[in-house]
Design a binder for this molecule. Structure first.
Ligand code: PAF
Length: 291
């Protein structure tokens, strides 16, 4: 496996690999601190492509001024070992200066990909203004840099996946986007790089998120179909958490749903974001479940 930080060197290496392997390029964009959730994306990417690229880049443009950009876990050596073992061809690990130009560092501005207001300014985007513009911008840049044929994202970041698919359609990127299932700990906690922030007590409280989602899914299966009732149930289960939102939306449109229909055509997704106190600070976690 090659570890590359420079964009031109990456392009050169991809060109060479394309000549020798003559096949498709799959990309798994990440911010590192890799866990089994990321590895499930890499595994799928490896199965479906001849050349596998994993990017590790903690992208400054998707973090707000009071967010955890500085303290976000950076574990490149461990990430590289996991990628090597998973059969990755190239680990692209640029620094911010490899990705953004001098103008950005001087003015804190760059050319952005901005999805429509109503799509980004709800759910996670409501409390994280500009977040999805930063995500789309870096993902668009990675698509242009790697010229990948396929890219893989986790369904835990459901709104992100929805927005990236929309960006790909809107901007005619010739790239197939695959969403991969959420990977959970045995007790139900969704894997996240931010779980490393959790102390023992916070870890216990964080579990209330997935337990609430399972409870709602169970109720829905038993015939409770009113979104308000299901949301109230979830809120009651999310003890010791500062709930930012709990909503039920259509998987296809991300519009709110009032009543969950029997038809599987328009599947419903319950999404939650909540903060949990840990080591004197608040850790923001998200999770979701298909109903
Ligand atoms: O999901 C993430 O880890 C990031 O938002 C992504 C897609 C790698 C863009 O920085």
């Amino acid at each position: 496996m090659k570890i590359i930080s420079n964009v031109e060197k990456l392009r050169e290496e991809i060109k060479n690999l394309k000549i020798s392997k003559n096949g498709t390029v799959g990309l798994v964009p990440t911010m590192g601190a890799l866990h089994k959730g990321h590895l499930s994306l890499v595994e799928k990417c490896r199965k479906e492509n001849d050349i596998v690229i994993v990017s590790v880049f903690v992208n400054p443009t998707q973090f707000g001024p009071n967010e955890d950009y500085d303290k976000y876990p950076r574990t490149l050596d461990a990430d590289a070992k996991l990628c090597e073992d998973a059969g990755v061809d190239i680990l692209f690990a640029p620094s911010p200066k490899d990705i953004y130009d001098e103008y950005y560092f001087k003015n804190k501005e760059t050319t952005l990909i901005c999805p429509p207001y109503d799509v980004v300014n709800k759910l996670c985007g409501k409390s994280r203004p500009g977040h999805f513009d930063g995500v789309c911008t870096i993902v668009g840049k990675l698509f242009n840099i790697t010229k990948c044929d396929r890219a893989y994202f986790g369904k835990k970041d459901a709104q992100q996946l929805f927005i990236i698919k929309k960006m790909v359609r809107d901007l005619n990127f010739d790239i197939e986007i695959t969403g991969c299932p959420i990977v959970r700990e045995e007790d139900g906690l969704a894997l996240s790089s931010r779980n490393t922030y959790l102390d023992n007590n916070a870890r216990k409280n964080a579990l209330n998120i997935s337990h609430a989602l399972y409870k709602v899914k169970g109720l829905c299966k038993k015939g409770v179909k009113e979104a308000d009732t299901l949301i109230d149930t979830a809120l009651a289960y999310m003890e010791n958490l500062e709930v930012e939102y709990a909503e039920i939306v259509s998987v296809d449109t991300f519009e709110k749903i009032d009543i969950i229909e029997q038809s599987t055509e328009n599947k419903a997704l319950m999404l939650v974001a909540a903060k949990v106190d840990s080591n004197g600070s608040k850790v923001r976690l998200i999770d979701n479940i298909e109903l």
